[in-house]
Design a protein around this ligand. Structure first.
Ligand SMILES: Cc1ncc(COP(=O)(O)O)c(C=O)c1O
Length: 370
């Protein structure tokens, strides 16, 4: 019997469910309504030039050469972290190679055996994976449902952590942050917020929703990621100084990995400097969001993410393919990535999408959905 039989059986099941994944590549000839490059920074030649200028200013090594606790730390990294802490309005920031790693780092290490993590059921996979690595009890609460959150708070024991996103990655809707924080306060729970899809878009100089709403003193930690609106790669955890010391001492995804390279660190710093010098970018995006919301109010959201639920893997793939054939890069989001029955098109708006393109896609969607 083949060594691969079990794998083949699982893959066959995936094919039967219409959710088999394979690696394609970006179709450059299509109009991008799919990537997370909301501000167009990933394609900015000006940002590329400033990263290059900063990187070539001094003699820097290609790699960081080790973990942060051994040879991988540098003045450059510390200065970037201090800059990020100030920008987001926290005492400390700790850099990671990605948002996935940052979420693993905080949720795997912080809640201890006997503690409880209560997380929104729509939380990103990396929040859930981080929680699974922890020895704490895990309780999901219904999406954005404060009554269910309170029920779970009543069930919780030990130190209680609440995890949510500011803007949800698949639905593009906002969490009721102030209400979650108020409730958390009543139960002495610590709130941790993932700002993956609000970093760069909201707040002064792209500092996110927690900063825009001045909630820094009321939350325990925030995860900011740089692979979405910032157009680059990486992430940080922002919080108190003791939190940074705790991560440095106890968080395995921080300790046992090679530190970000000087080029990555310079890229992060340059992207935020670039955004500071181009405050019209988030305003431009906001105009595109409002244009879409006016044309398709039933799919209106505060964010550039528009979720058009179709239902069924095959049907959703068909609709996406049809829109691709008409020149638009729109991807189907299938189960099990989202719940069965809620398979959808995830449309992302960008500064570089023209109003005419948005009008056209809204028109096509109206026709498709009937
Ligand atoms: C809410 C959320 N958190 C974290 C991540 C992971 O971030 P990264 O892509 O930087 O690993 C994502 C990525 O899709 C996300 O949507």
């Amino acid at each position: 019997m083949s060594r691969e039989t079990k794998l083949e059986a699982l893959l066959a099941k995936r094919r039967d469910q219409g959710s088999f994944r394979s690696l394609g590549h970006k179709q450059e000839d299509l109009i991008d309504f799919s990537s997370n490059d909301y501000l167009g920074l990933a394609r900015s030649t000006d940002l590329k030039a400033s990263i290059h200028d900063e990187y070539t200013k001094e003699e820097l090594p290609n790699g960081s050469t080790g973990s942060r606790l051994l040879t991988g730390n540098s003045e450059l990294t510390i200065s970037c972290e201090n800059h990020l802490a100030k920008l987001f309005g926290f005492e400390s920031a700790t850099l990671f190679a990605s948002g996935y790693m940052a979420n693993l780092a905080i949720f795997s290490a912080l809640p201890q055996r006997g503690d409880t993590i209560i997380y929104d059921e729509y939380s990103h996979a990396c929040i859930k994976d981080g929680c699974r690595l922890s020895l704490a009890k895990r309780l999901p609460f219904k999406h954005n449902d404060l009554a269910d959150l309170e029920r779970k708070l009543k069930e919780a024991g030990g130190e209680i952590f609440i995890a949510c996103e500011s803007i949800y990655s698949m639905d593009g809707d906002k969490a009721p942050l102030s209400d979650i924080i108020k409730l958390a306060d009543q139960y002495s729970a610590k709130v941790i917020i993932d700002e993956a899809h609000s970093t760069g878009i909201f707040g002064q100089n792209g500092a996110g929703l927690v900063s825009e709403m001045s909630l820094q003193d009321k939350v325990f930690a925030v995860i900011y990621t740089f692979g979405k609106a910032m157009g680059i790669h990486g992430a940080c955890i922002a919080g108190s100084k003791p939190l940074k010391e705790f991560i440095t001492n106890f968080s395995r995804p921080f300790i046992y990995t090679t530190a970000p390279s000087p080029h990555e660190v310079i890229t992060v710093r340059s992207a935020f400097d670039y955004l500071k010098n181009h405050p019209s970018l988030p305003l431009n995006l906001q105009e595109k969001i409002e244009h879409f919301n006016q044309l398709l109010p039933e799919f209106s959201s505060l964010s550039p993410i528009k979720s058009i639920v179709i239902g069924g893997n095959e049907k959703t793939k068909e609709v996406a393919q049809d829109l691709q054939n008409q020149g638009f890069d729109i991807r189907p989001i299938l189960s099990p990535t989202v719940k069965e029955g809620s398979e959808r098109l995830r449309i992302c708006l960008h500064t570089f999408n023209t109003k005419e393109e948005i009008t056209l896609i809204c028109h096509l969607l109206k026709n498709t959905l009937g």
